[in-house]
Design a protein around this ligand. Structure first.
Ligand code: AMP
Ligand code: GLY
Length: 429
């Protein structure tokens, strides 16, 4: 079977790695992919990258048809929200991911908040605004801190947590008037500030039923001790020790299936991955946000622990037959430490040669590429803010973390930067 994976980050590298484990697959093509995917070597598999952008739907569809691709997996949010699944389906191609009318679950925060309110799914109290004057008037009597969210996709950066009325007013201006996040800020959600631990729960959904994957936790801030700017994610661990049986039972009753049913009731049947960003508050778990795809870097710690053949699971989602199988995860743990370019997420240099890939065995140690490229000399060089996701599995979280940090020492490049406290929360569990 020939599989096309769409995207270019660490998440897509982890997806390709999982697909390469499927005995049903003999060829994987990733568009546009990255240097790590292009240099993957798995016995019996042909793996390559195709330089077509994730938003070039016509070219991707034409490529899939011309090359008899059997199954396409979309990793990234932008093409999903833009309707890539509809474009593939219109040509009779089999594709994993939500259609445009369902990917709105991630594409519009106002939509997802209204959905949760309508169907009684626990989330922070909020108001939607499309007029900055009304937003400013609302803030006058609102309790601080408060959270402002640009409605649309903003590379994970469209959320402002404001401690004072002045900050909040400036935030409304940034989002709605200065359009700091572009058209994503045409509408805005203002919501109650919540406190608690965050947990990421990824799930497979077939339109009607849902099965959750092992939990994970992300570290969004750039610096140790959760300081500095928000990033795409500086590291993850899985499972989360805070995702207890009690939390699981609550979410199964009040959040997961309810979300799937709500989407179906709205005529927006969801097939693909729903990522539940949860906050465990004093009043119980609440939904912070939904994403319509695997998390990055959550995929890097969850997929290496999945026992099922990923193609079986994804095909079951597309065919509406997820009930016919049971998701299984290894009884162990994984930790991913992101190696970034010093200066990320603001400004950084790139083009530095990277060494030290030899020891990663893709069994217990993985080096997922995010921002890398092959230069003319055929060397792998840094090509982005988040460069690599160094991941290790261990019998438990403590040993996985020790191994992941050990493996970060194997890799060398000129402006290598990482957080040193990924998984510190493990010690508090
Ligand atoms: P989101 O993109 O909605 O996940 O927001 C990004 C981050 O902002 C989350 O991971 C939280 O850390 C934080 N955040 C979002 N909404 C809230 C909220 N209502 N209260 C507190 N923190 C929040
Ligand atoms: N790691 C958070 C995300 O993928 O949105």
């Amino acid at each position: 079977m020939k599989v096309l994976v769409i995207g270019s980050g660490g998440r897509e590298h982890a997806i390709c790695q999982a697909v390469a484990k499927s005995s049903r697959v003999d060829e994987i093509i990733c568009a546009p992919g990255n240097a790590g995917i292009a240099t993957m070597q798995v016995e019996g598999k042909k793996i390559s990258c195709e330089p077509i952008g994730a938003m070039e739907f016509d070219k991707l569809v034409a490529f899939a048809k011309a090359n008899s691709v059997d199954f396409t997996i979309v990793g990234m949010d932008d093409p999903l929200v833009g309707g890539i699944v509809d474009a593939f389906e219109a040509e009779g191609l089999k594709v994993f991911g939500p259609r445009k009318n369902a990917a709105i679950l991630e594409g519009s925060k106002a939509f997802s908040k209204d959905l949760m309110k309508k169907y009684g799914i626990p989330t922070a109290a909020y108001e939607n605004f499309d007029d900055p004057e009304k937003a400013l008037a609302y803030l006058e009597t609102a309790k601080m801190p408060i959270v402002l969210k640009a409605d649309g996709l903003a590379l994970g950066k469209g959320v402002l947590i404001c401690n004072t009325l002045e900050e909040a007013k400036a935030g409304v201006k940034e989002i709605m008037e200065d359009k700091k996040f572009g058209d994503a800020g045409n509408h805005m959600v203002i919501e109650e500030f919540m406190t608690g631990r965050e947990v990421s729960v990824l799930s497979f959904v077939d339109g009607k039923s849902i099965q959750i994957m092992s939990s994970a936790q992300d570290h969004k801030r750039a610096g140790d001790g959760d300081t500095g700017l928000n990033t795409g994610g500086m590291g993850t661990f899985s499972p989360s020790p805070f995702y207890t049986a009690e939390v699981d039972a609550f979410c199964k009753e009040h959040i997961y299936q309810k979300t799937v049913d709500a989407m179906a009731a709205e005529g927006r049947e969801f097939k693909g991955v729903i990522f539940f960003g949860l906050m465990l508050t004093e009043d119980g778990p609440k939904v912070l946000e939904y994403n319509a795809r695997f998390g990055d870097p959550e995929a890097q710690v969850v997929l290496p622990r999945m026992k099922n053949d990923i193609i079986d699971v994804m095909e079951a989602c597309v065919d509406g037959k997820l009930d016919s199988l049971k998701l299984e995860f290894e009884d162990n743990a994984a930790v991913c430490v992101v190696l970034a370019s010093e200066g990320y997420p603001v400004s950084y240099q790139k083009g530095f040669a990277i060494t030290g890939f030899e020891k990663f065995d893709n069994e217990n140690f993985f080096c997922f590429h995010a921002g890398t490229a092959l230069n003319e000399a055929g060397e792998i060089v840094t090509n982005g803010g988040r460069v690599l996701g160094v991941t290790a599995k261990g019998a438990d979280l403590v040993s996985a973390r020790a191994k992941a940090y050990e493996a970060t020492e194997w890799i060398d490049f000129a402006n290598k930067y990482m957080r040193h406290d990924i998984g510190k929360a493990i010690d508090e569990a």
